[in-house]
Design a protein around this ligand. Structure first.
Ligand SMILES: NC(=O)C1=CN([C@@H]2O[C@H](COP(=O)(O)OP(=O)(O)OC[C@H]3O[C@@H](n4cnc5c(N)ncnc54)[C@H](O)[C@@H]3O)[C@@H](O)[C@H]2O)[C@@H](O)CC1
Ligand SMILES: Nc1ncnc2c1ncn2[C@@H]1O[C@H](COP(=O)(O)OP(=O)(O)O)[C@@H](O)[C@H]1O
Ligand SMILES: [K+]
Length: 490
């Protein structure tokens, strides 16, 4: 499912209209979808609270369709309708002929609570700047009405490009958008304001679709990424993952990374760690394990581990290593950045603090917000900045959050499959091993991040129904990864 910016959405509207599908037709289609979804709330009375742009046009047309079906519908216009868009004004004239009550007065004079459903057609993708004045007041009334709320396109007040709340925003039970998702539907805080999101089809011109470079990860996106596993094969065909992780202080992190790699199909998983993570063998004896019996990795270990490093395809570097391993990380990356594939996680990311650090397409980095904000000073809540950073570093970034963003600067994938069961130490360690495993099995770094994150997040989501978001742990997720792989393989 493709994800658009507001300007891409406007361009698709424009191209469609240029090809001969009138804007009135698109509006009627949009309004029918809104009306269909409104009916699922089984309301007796409906208030359409509208602004004066085309979002309002959709809202008025949906109101008229619902009125025609026998529902008790009223319309409240917020703003001066004489300043409205041509399509909105047209809809208003039609609505008058259908004898709908249309109010245009002080927004405080309406009793919002008397309606079972409020349709929010105040502002859609045309929002510019903070919501203030009458529109802000109307939003406050909608939010405190206690009525169900259906937002047209995006909840009013939400930036469809960044997911920010600009001033104030409608809290919707559902949002119905047209043709494609918008970025704002998927990022917090907006994700919380959207409620359930429905995407309704419109007769849009799809010729631009292949050039849209942002996409939501769904099962279909991932199904064909599961690596081939021919019967006539052997372990080295599925790659060797070398996990260089842990320290005396953090012996658990490398275990989760190693198990993640092993349970997703890597041919060989080797774990080399400074501390004592020997419990890994009790959990999964097939993992090749060695302890350096010291506090943390040191620069000279790069030379000591030469043979193991050179025999590996992918190096998962970072979980639990502590900042004391910085010299080791810097030397390892400098020495092997052109020859090996890397997943850099946790404290391995501290090398990005150095000026002029150059990664390349062999690298995946997997920061969470705290890690990213330490190394990327321009971090804002926007996708565009992250894409720029990936271009600058020339690598693939997995920006781990409640909505996880995966980008190589050219293409960006949104993962909303996870839930708060993952907000626990160790989830990221598990993920780094899984991504390493998929790279070892021959996927591109971008593909490995897409399927790796999906496999972990989907397993977590499914399991949390039984275990709850409180009690589910990364180890239990690791033990059940096979269930998601089964679904993908069916
Ligand atoms: N061609 C069509 O008829 C279609 C219409 N669609 C609808 O059209 C919408 C886009 O329409 P527009 O481009 O007219 O934009 P909107 O109607 O989303 O927003 C523009 C209106 O909001 C007001 N506004 C903007 N920022 C404001 C702020 N900070 N505070 C208060 N008021 C503010 C503007 O004054 C203007 O009246 C979409 O969201 C969708 O609902 C499309 O989705 C489908 C096709
Ligand atoms: N509320 C949430 N909803 C969905 N996924 C989440 C949520 N909180 C955390 N996650 C996911 O859990 C993982 C946590 O990673 P991280 O913080 O690096 O853990 P650790 O380093 O302790 O292993 C990330 O993949 C992140 O996307
Ligand atoms: K809206």
């Amino acid at each position: 499912m493709k994800i658009l910016t507001s300007s891409q959405a406007k361009l698709i509207d424009k191209l469609t209209i240029e090809k001969g599908i009138a804007s009135e037709t698109l509006m009627e289609q949009a309004a029918f979808s809104v009306a269909d979804i409104a009916e699922t709330f089984e309301p007796n009375s409906i208030l359409c609270v509208v602004g004066k742009g085309n979002n309002a046009g959709d809202g008025v047309a949906a109101g008229r369709i619902l009125k025609n079906k026998g529902y008790n519908v009223e319309i409240l216009i917020v703003g001066d309708p004489t300043q409205g868009s041509p399509d909105f004004k047209k809809q208003l004239e039609i609505a008058k002929k259908f004898q709908i009550n249309i109010y245009r007065f002080d927004v405080d004079e309406i009793n919002y609570s008397q309606y079972d459903l409020i349709i929010d057609g105040l502002i859609g993708i045309g929002l510019t700047g903070e919501v203030k004045g009458e529109v802000a007041e109307a939003i406050t009334h909608i939010n405190s009405s206690g009525s169900k709320v259906l937002s047209v396109d995006v909840p009013s007040g939400i930036s469809s490009d960044t997911g920010e709340v600009l001033g104030t925003a409608v809290k919707a039970d559902q949002a119905v958008t047209f043709g494609f998702l918008k970025i704002g539907h998927l990022l917090y805080p907006a994700r919380e304001y959207c409620g359930e999101i429905k995407v309704a089809p419109l007769s849009f011109d799809n010729s631009l679709i292949n050039s849209i470079n942002r996409e939501l990860i769904l099962e279909d996106t991932v199904k064909n990424l599961l690596p081939n596993r021919p019967e006539d094969s052997y372990k080295y065909k599925f790659g060797t993952v070398l996990i260089l992780a842990g320290s005396e202080k953090y012996p658990g992190a490398p275990i989760l990374s190693a198990i993640g790699a092993q349970r997703t199909g890597a041919g060989m998983v080797k774990l080399i760690t400074p501390g004592d993570s020997s419990n890994v063998l009790a959990l999964e004896p097939s993992i090749i394990y060695r302890s350096l019996k010291k506090e943390h990795f040191e620069e000279k270990d790069v030379e000591n581990l030469k043979e193991e490093i050179e025999k590996s395809n992918v190096i998962v570097l970072g979980p639990g290593i502590t900042e004391k391993a910085k010299g080791f990380v810097t030397k390892l990356v400098d020495t092997y950045k052109d020859d090996k594939l890397f997943v850099l996680d946790a404290d391995a990311l501290s090398i990005l603090k150095e000026k002029d650090v150059k990664l390349n397409k062999n690298f995946v980095i997997t920061p969470h917000v705290g890690e990213l904000s330490k190394v990327y000073k321009n971090l804002k809540n926007d996708v565009f900045g992250l894409e720029e950073y990936a271009k600058e570093l020339r690598c693939t970034i997995v920006f781990k959050s409640s909505t996880t963003l995966i980008t190589n600067g050219e293409k960006t994938y949104f993962n909303i499959t996870g839930n708060s069961s993952l907000a626990k130490g160790g989830s990221g360690d598990l993920l780094s091993g899984v991504i390493g495993s998929y790279i070892a099995q021959g996927l591109t770094t971008l593909q490995a991040c897409i399927i790796g994150s999906y496999v972990i997040y989907k397993t977590a989501r499914d399991l949390s129904l039984e275990y709850t978001n409180y009690s589910l742990t990364p180890k239990i997720i690791a033990d059940n990864i096979y269930k998601t792989i089964q679904q993908l393989n069916s």
